[in-house]
Ligand binder design. Structure first.
Ligand code: 3PG
Length: 206
């Protein structure tokens, strides 16, 4: 029984490239993002796992990343569940703004607080804590039980929706998780014990 859980942030998106706050907006991958997702699939393929189910958000960049990975691992038809619980954190009024312009307007420190504090939401948006309040009930009800019964599960999602899940899995504090940066298209492969604790973890870096 292998109990593999793979978490992967989408490849570079058009708005990542433009340095815009993205949140629930729906840009697709750039050519670079397509390469990153394909390379993530190649690295996963080398591990040799077969997956039982995949989960993704309702946003194009995560779904496209997942499709490219599934093609690479030779499971293009894998059952996939799309749910908005896995969407990126809603960036509220920052959505669509350039991150450097936002720093110029509100100051480096304030923008850093909005991006990386645990519980201070950007105006009209979600903090990481708010994000966890929707991702974790979904993860714990739908995804984790499948891994614990011995299935291999692939999740393609977003920087902050995955941070909230990693915080819970790795039992990190709010401070520890906001310091964790997730690279685009970089799979994190967990093997879990029967009780949900981590048996092993590998980050498949480029
Ligand atoms: O929504 C976004 O802009 C990014 O996907 C994540 O942004 P962050 O690194 O500012 O949290």
């Amino acid at each position: 029984m292998s109990r593999i859980l793979v978490l992967v942030r989408h490849g570079q998106s058009e708005w990542n490239l433009l340095n815009l706050f993205t949140g629930w907006k729906d840009p697709d991958l750039t050519a670079q993002g397509v390469k990153e997702a394909t390379a993530a699939g190649t690295r996963l393929k080398a591990l040799g796992y077969k997956y039982d189910i995949a989960y993704t958000s309702v946003l194009t960049r995560a779904q496209h990343t997942l499709r490219l990975i599934l093609d690479e691992v030779g499971q293009p038809g894998l059952e996939t569940i799309k749910d908005q619980a896995l969407n990126e954190r809603d960036y509220g009024e920052l959505t669509g703004l350039n991150k450097d312009d936002a720093r110029a307007k509100w100051g480096e420190e304030q923008v850093h607080i909005w991006r990386r504090s645990f519980d201070v939401p950007p105006p009209g948006g979600e903090s990481l804590k708010n994000t966890a309040e929707r991702t974790l009930p979904y993860f714990n009800a739908e995804i984790l039980p499948r891994v614990l019964k011995g299935e291999n599960v692939l999740v393609a999602a977003h920087g902050n929706s995955l941070r909230s899940i990693i915080m819970d899995l790795e039992k990190l504090s709010g401070e520890e998780i906001v310091a964790r940066e997730l690279n685009t298209g970089e799979p994190i492969v967990y093997e879990l014990n029967e009780d949900g604790s981590i048996k092993s973890k590998k980050v498949l870096s480029a």
